[in-house]
Design a protein around this ligand. Structure first.
Ligand SMILES: NC(=O)C1=CN([C@@H]2O[C@H](COP(=O)(O)OP(=O)(O)OC[C@H]3O[C@@H](n4cnc5c(N)ncnc54)[C@H](OP(=O)(O)O)[C@@H]3O)[C@@H](O)[C@H]2O)C=CC1
Ligand SMILES: O=C(O)C1=N[C@H](C(=O)O)C[C@H](O)C1
Length: 253
């Protein structure tokens, strides 16, 4: 069965990548693509004005909308999907608690799948971190993420997810974002470091150190294609499901 997807932020880095990945697959077809700065076509798909999204959703009725945009747009597009009965997949990061609450509200009406990272490697890293942290009780933890120089939000959504994973197995820990001056480590804190340079697609390292040893768990995305492929896998999996909140790990099971 071919799942018809709509793509938002079509002229953005991830929007373009999703359209390119969709063109190479038989299980998904692009129903339409939108951008606030509607501009020509991407991967042979005409880019329409995002202001027309509610009308396009009602008229074209795609199975799933795939969203990689910004926090405000993500919430706006999720609510448009809830109103028109279209499933929603998003990887947009930088959402506030209110933003996540709005996505949960949309999930009362339609299936919603949100992931801060759509790579399989990060799913495996998360499992490894949840195993390593309790095994290395009392070890210091430092988390470093590195991304391209145009990334807006810091720390990355993936870093925040990894911090939640660590808190889940070790209890809530104070976080220290970078260090400067006379700033020795305090017991139990997690140092969080965000680096921005060039066109790095995304790197995350969780470093555990203590007892005269250290363990570094690192994931590097080689290109954005890995995120686009995961998001389209999620869209294909989500299509036709009941309204509710879904996780990328369910797609991988
Ligand atoms: N979960 C995952 O696996 C991944 C998540 N991401 C996340 O996806 C999002 C998009 O990333 P990326 O494609 O690199 O970003 P870009 O800036 O290249 O593209 C985002 C597009 O979204 C639209 N947009 C809407 N609102 C905003 C806003 N407030 N700020 C910026 N753009 C906005 C813009 O298009 P227009 O205004 O024309 O509609 C823009 O072209 C980010 O939140 C990023 O962290 C990125 C990679 C993987
Ligand atoms: O903005 C990006 O590029 C990425 N954002 C996501 C995040 O904030 O974790 C996922 C990936 O690392 C790429």
């Amino acid at each position: 069965m071919t799942v018809r997807v709509a793509v938002t932020g079509a002229t953005g880095r991830m929007g373009e990548e999703v359209l390119a990945a969709a063109a190479d697959r038989d299980d998904v077809a692009v129903a339409f693509a939108v951008s606030r700065s509607a501009d020509g076509s991407v991967e042979g798909v005409a880019v329409e004005d995002a202001a027309d999204l509610p009308t396009l959703l009602a008229d074209e009725h795609p199975d799933v909308l795939v969203d990689f945009t910004g926090p405000a747009s993500c919430v706006e597009y999720a609510s448009a999907c809830a109103e028109t009965g279209v499933a929603f997949v998003s990887g947009t990061t930088g959402l506030s608690q209110g933003g996540f609450d709005a996505l949960r509200e949309a999930a009362e009406d339609v299936p919603v799948l949100y992931a801060s990272n759509f790579s399989r490697g990060i799913a495996a890293l998360r499992r490894a971190v949840r195993e390593a942290v309790p095994a290395l009780d009392g070890y210091d933890i430092e988390l470093t993420e590195t991304h391209h120089n145009a990334k807006r939000d810091a720390p990355s959504g993936t870093a925040l997810t990894l911090l939640e994973d660590i808190d889940g197995v070790r209890g809530d820990s104070p976080r220290v974002h970078g260090r400067e001056g006379d700033a020795p480590r305090t017991e139990g804190e997690i140092g969080v470091h965000a680096r921005r340079a060039g066109d790095i697609a995304g790197e995350h390292e969780v470093l555990l150190a203590g007892n005269h040893e250290s363990l570094s768990l690192t994931h590097r995305a080689g290109s954005r294609g890995v995120f686009a492929a995961g998001a389209l896998d999620a869209a294909a999996w989500l299509s036709g499901r009941d309204a509710g909140w879904y996780d990328f790990t369910e797609v991988l099971e």
